[in-house]
Design a protein. Structure first.
Length: 301
């Protein structure tokens, strides 16, 4: 553990996609910098992953959503509702602030109605403050979404497909350190333009064999919303991060596109080191960059 207070700490809680998978939950990334704690995206199982890292459900009261595919916010009810309980494992102690593109008000309004039955029971039992079960919506557009105590989170408009209006990646800055996460996007010039000088650049990727794409419209449609391995290689080659990493691997069956195939295609465009993200991996950007897997050195339990 890096004890330098100027360290930017990132925990990849979920690195998966919509397909349920015990090893790769929906996207969720905890950002910690000094006293600041911000969660970006809240996919399926986020609260479970938080508890594995020793984070109470109320570890943060700030959530930023990249876009509205379910694998990026399906876990929000658990975070919202369980976080109200006054136990060491919860204890948010206030409403949940959710920053999102247009649509975030619908989530806040809908959640207030959908959580009412649970809220009524717990209020009757004098268990919670009902206001803690409220989402305070903050609509954002491209630019600075969050800036506090030296932590700056900048939304970068990306391109997640023709009909997906609208999706963002993020540039996180703290104490001279830079972390960039593409979230879901195709090859995108705006992201490349704003991903300069990154210490760590995490990019999504999707692949399918060429013949499968040619004959299967469904596969082609999915791949069209994402970046191919060669495209991601080009993104890394143009932005030159100190460390490049892949996440949100959409490797489509039935003829699965393997990780070896991803790396081979990517290597056509990029000759640097590329890591593959996994759930519960911690990235610390301080004096050096350390990437610590959850089961480091066969962690007990
Ligand atoms: Zn996704
Ligand atoms: Zn998406």
């Amino acid at each position: 553990m890096n004890t330098d207070p100027g360290t930017l700490k990132i925990t990849l809680l979920g690195t998966g996609m919509p397909k349920p998978n015990i090893n790769a939950f929906g996207t969720a990334t905890m950002i910690e910098a000094g006293q600041e704690r911000v969660l970006i995206d809240c996919g399926r199982g986020t609260v479970i992953r938080m508890s594995q890292m020793g984070f109470a459900t109320g570890h943060t009261d700030t959530l930023i959503l990249s876009h509205y595919h379910s694998d990026h916010y399906a876990g929000i009810f658990d975070l919202l509702m369980t976080g109200t309980m006054q136990h060491p494992h919860s204890n948010r102690g206030g409403p949940l602030h959710v920053y999102g593109p247009p649509g975030v008000t619908d989530i806040a309004d809908g959640a207030w109605i959908a959580t009412r039955p649970d809220r009524n029971i717990r209020v009757a039992d004098h268990e919670i403050d009902p206001e803690h079960m409220r989402i305070i919506p903050h609509e954002y557009s491209e630019g600075v979404v969050y800036e506090k105590n030296g932590l700056k989170i900048i939304a970068i408009e990306v391109d997640h497909g023709e009909f997906i209006d609208i999706a963002y990646g993020f540039r996180v800055e703290y104490n001279g350190h830079v972390f960039v996460h593409s979230h879901d996007t195709r090859y995108n010039e705006n992201l490349i333009a704003q991903a300069h000088d990154a210490d760590v650049f995490v990019h999504e990727v999707a692949g399918a064999p060429a013949d499968l794409m040619a004959e299967n419209q469904k596969v082609k449609l999915v791949i069209d919303h994402h970046a191919t391995p060669a495209e991601v290689g080009r993104v890394f080659a143009r932005t030159k991060p100190r460390l490049a990493m892949l996440t949100h691997l959409v490797l489509l069956p039935p003829d699965e596109f393997t990780i070896d195939m991803v790396m081979a295609d990517l290597a056509e465009e990029y000759d640097g080191i590329v890591l593959v993200a996994e759930d519960l991996m911690t990235i610390e950007i301080g004096k050096n960059i350390s990437v610590i897997p959850y089961n480091h050195g066969a962690r007990p339990g």
